[in-house]
Write a protein that binds this ligand. Structure first.
Ligand code: UD1
Length: 342
């Protein structure tokens, strides 16, 4: 594999910081850019410590500004871009759709415009949300996309289409990959980088760890009357380091000319359904503590169950999720304790 320069947009965030670490350990040069709208420098500093790369390039910039994007590409010899720079709160996107469409679409269009001019490959961070409430489980990449239930979800579908159309229009001069993430959780084993939600967390695992540390009083489990084995929703929780490694496989595949089609889609999940209650029990067991939780009404917009068929990523990219859910939950707890200085 030839060493290449990869731009990570939104690289100071939760997923971007873990991806940066894995790209560097695979021998790539990385340029990190972020507008810092939803994070501080904690994770970027952590990345520098983990990799020993004090000189790691960091550019604070706005991907919605086309001139800034163009300037960035002219200053670094970028071979591929991994695009994370986007808003991601489902509820907020319902309340402020314009903010979501404007930010998530314009930033991606700017990246694509410059990337296609320069012949640079693009990896897009998509989501299992595109499958909606699936008719058949597990979902494969061929499972139909369902109408999005939030503007956030819609931006993921639209960006997938924009990428596919752009790749086609360039006649394959640029290649594109969309990775559909299931539920990323956990933290780096060093506990130097992890998820840093602002305010009250929407996602399950940060809420669990914040309850365990005493920042939140009680976890509400949204719904115990779903048609699942224990009545709580089922998801495919994917370890953040495993997820980050999938990006290295995908980027390598693009850069080394190993793609079978100019635009490809891969599910990034474990293939293992875990219910909310199972996750809570596993968290308690592996970390040796009791969590204060109660059952609450269902949350609007939640699907009953979704998990991946990851066969395509396993066989085509040679990537496979490795960490157990217990290891991942131990890493999430170690990160929460690190944040609390414990
Ligand atoms: C959501 C988004 C998904 C996004 C992901 C990011 C949708 C429909 N979902 O997934 O696109 O990629 O976040 O991580 O767009 N739960 C509780 N109590 C809580 C929080 C959550 O019981 O305090 C339950 C939920 O009801 C759900 C499960 O935990 O069953 C997972 O929830 P969450 O972590 O928010 O992820 P998703 O909603 O699956």
């Amino acid at each position: 594999m030839a060493k290449k320069t990869v731009l990570v947009s939104g690289g100071a965030g939760f997923i971007g910081s873990h991806v940066t670490v894995e790209l560097i350990s695979a021998g790539h040069d990385v340029v990190v850019a972020d507008n810092m709208s939803n994070c501080d420098m904690t994770c970027f500093e952590g990345v520098k410590k983990i990799t020993g790369r004090e000189d790691l390039p960091f550019i604070k910039m706005d991907f919605c500004n086309a001139a800034e994007v163009d300037k960035l590409f002219s200053e670094y010899p970028i071979d591929a871009v991994i695009h994370f720079a986007a808003f991601k709160a489902v509820g907020e996107s319902v309340e402020e759709p314009v903010k979501y469409y404007k930010n998530n679409l314009i930033s991606f269009l700017n990246v694509l415009e410059t990337a296609s001019k320069r012949g640079c490959n693009v990896l897009f961070s998509s989501s299992a949300t595109v499958y909606g409430e699936p008719d058949k489980l597990p979902v494969t990449e061929e499972s139909p996309r369902q109408p999005a239930t939030s503007p956030y979800g819609n931006t993921k579908q639209i960006c997938e289409d924009i990428l596919s159309d752009t790749v086609k229009a360039t006649g394959g001069k640029i290649k594109g990959i969309a990775l559909r993430y299931f539920n990323p959780i956990g933290a780096h084993p060093s506990a130097l980088i992890g998820e840093l939600p602002r305010g009250v967390p929407n996602n399950l695992v940060p809420f669990i760890t914040q309850t365990a540390i005493g920042k939140r009083e009680c976890l509400s489990i949204f719904g115990n009357d779903y048609p699942t084995p224990d009545g709580t929703c089922q998801r495919d929780y994917i370890d953040i380091v495993d997820l980050a490694k999938a990006h290295v496989f995908a980027v390598t595949r693009m850069i080394d000319g190993k793609m079978k089609k100019d635009y490809e889609i891969f599910n990034v999940g474990t293939g293992r359904p875990v219910s909310v209650l199972e996750l809570v029990n596993a968290f308690e067991k592996v970390n040796g503590l009791k969590l204060n939780y109660r059952f609450a009404p269902r949350r609007a917009g939640d699907v009953t169950a979704i998990w991946a068929d990851p066969t395509l990523a396993n066989e085509e990219m040679g990537w496979k999720a490795e960490r157990t859910v217990e290891e991942t939950l131990a890493s999430a707890w170690a990160w929460e304790k690190h944040l609390a200085g414990k």
